[in-house]
Ligand binder design. Structure first.
Ligand code: TRP
Length: 435
């Protein structure tokens, strides 16, 4: 398969509803990066990963639809990128198994997500593996398959995912070593942390995250929902007219994530000059809503027509599989799983280990006499008898030659076939005797 210099791949686990932090931290930078020339982007919904964390089918279904709609509404150009659902690519779980078979269990024991579970269990006085599924334990292998399936070299992720990329590299190296015959079957991926992408603070100033319950919704609840959430941003108690400290205000950080440098500078100056928090929140709302309102409109349209989202994803799956299918065939072959039709030479070798036997044939010619001959497996005549009056006589000689082999050749009423040596006949008879 062709391997461009910049193949970017990232997955989004489909368990929640996208919030502003997801948009600023992942969706927006990914879409921007996908517009760079010379970059080939693979973005996918990690819905198999979602099953590890969530056993509520309704939530899984809703989340993957919302996340797909969000990416499309945010301006992802599906003709430029490959956008698909992990669960539409059967080659991914198949590759997961090939990788599972070369992944050291000890490596997986060290994975953060698994360690966190066992540590928490131990702290609570439980069995270390209580509540731990094999899905959680093998999570990094599925993720390695996501990445290696498409030979991505650049994987933009959050810091918490760096270890998983390193594990993918380890597994890829081992597979290359075992089955590559000196060739790199898999490209070794690298984690890519976007330093300049802000980690968006939530309502309370900590990282915006569902687990802190401090998120600002991206589209859910409409403009009203956005406004209400912004109203709940925690500020200090300085009154209008009192100078504010922008560097200690996460409201200011949120503003910065959406504003140009010039607008940010104006906002900063106004805060220092005593802009009231109420007015500051109104300006933040207008700024964000101005950018996301057109996307929200598209989002609402898409959510009302899931068949459009489905069609986009099916197209993406076809593009992805056009790469995954031939590559997986190559990988299967590398571990020894090939169609038998594809291995004529190997089969011939195995057969020649057990030589095909020569055969005696008895027959009657037009002269009325009885004959026999010994033919090699390829049809060449090794021995030719003279004619006998009695068929029985011919049969007796055949029996004798079979049982006693070359030692009776001298007295047998036979001649060697053309270009055939006595040695070859002796070998043929020995092979028959051994049967
Ligand atoms: N594990 C990632 C997360 O929770 C999501 C993910 C799954 C992913 N497969 C991936 C990210 C492959 C990058 C590449 O954020």
């Amino acid at each position: 398969m062709t391997r461009p210099s910049h193949r970017v791949l990232t997955g989004i686990t489909t368990t929640g509803t996208p919030h502003l932090g997801n948009y600023v931290g992942a969706i927006r930078p990914a879409i921007q990066a996908s517009l760079q020339p010379g970059t080939e982007s693979f973005f996918f919904l990690a819905d198999y990963h979602a099953l590890i964390k969530c056993d509520d089918p309704a939530r899984i279904e809703r989340s993957r639809l919302e996340i797909a709609a969000t990416w499309l509404a945010a301006g992802l150009d599906t003709s430029r990128v490959t956008f698909y659902r992990q669960s539409d690519i059967p080659e991914i779980p198949e590759l997961t198994w090939l990788l599972t078979c070369v992944t050291a269990k000890g490596l997986m024991n060290r994975a953060h997500a698994y360690k966190a579970s066992t540590d928490a269990n131990e702290a609570a006085g439980e069995e270390p593996d209580a509540g731990v599924t094999m899905g959680l334990f093998s999570y990094p292998i599925l993720m390695a398959a996501d990445i290696l399936m498409f030979n991505a070299n650049k994987v933009p992720v959050g810091r918490d995912q760096i270890q998983h990329i390193e594990m993918a590299r380890d597994v890829a190296q081992r597979f290359n070593h075992l089955f590559g015959k000196g060739r790199e079957l898999f490209v070794l991926p690298e984690a890519h942390i976007e330093e300049q992408v802000a980690t968006l603070p939530g309502l309370d100033g900590r990282k915006m995250s569902k687990s802190y319950d401090n998120t600002i919704p991206l589209f859910e609840g409409g403009a009203k929902g956005l406004k209400e959430a912004i109203a709940r941003i925690v500020t200090d108690s300085r009154l209008p007219g009192e100078p504010k400290d922008p560097d200690n205000s996460h409201l200011y950080t949120l503003y910065q994530a959406f504003a140009s440098a010039a607008d940010t500078a104006t906002f900063r100056a106004d805060l220092l000059a005593g802009l009231g928090w109420g007015d500051a929140k109104q300006r933040l709302f207008e700024l964000i809503d101005g950018q996301i309102a057109p996307m929200r409109e598209r989002y609402v349209e898409l959510m009302a027509k899931p068949e459009l989202i489905e069609a986009a994803l099916q197209e993406g799956a076809a593009k992805a599989r056009a790469q995954a299918m031939p590559f997986l065939a190559e990988l299967r072959a590398s571990v020894g799983l090939r169609s038998f039709q594809a291995i004529p030479q190997a089969a011939a070798k195995v057969e020649s280990a057990k030589p095909q036997l020569p055969v005696f044939k008895q027959y009657r010619e037009q002269d009325g006499r009885f004959y026999f001959k010994l033919s090699a497996h390829d049809g060449r005549v090794l021995l030719q008898s003279r004619g006998f009056e009695q068929g029985k006589e011919a049969g007796q000689w055949v029996g004798k030659l079979k049982q006693t082999g070359a030692s009776v050749l001298a007295e047998a009423p036979v001649s060697l076939g053309e270009g055939v040596s006595q040695d070859e006949v002796a070998q043929a008879l020995a092979a028959l005797a051994a049967e």
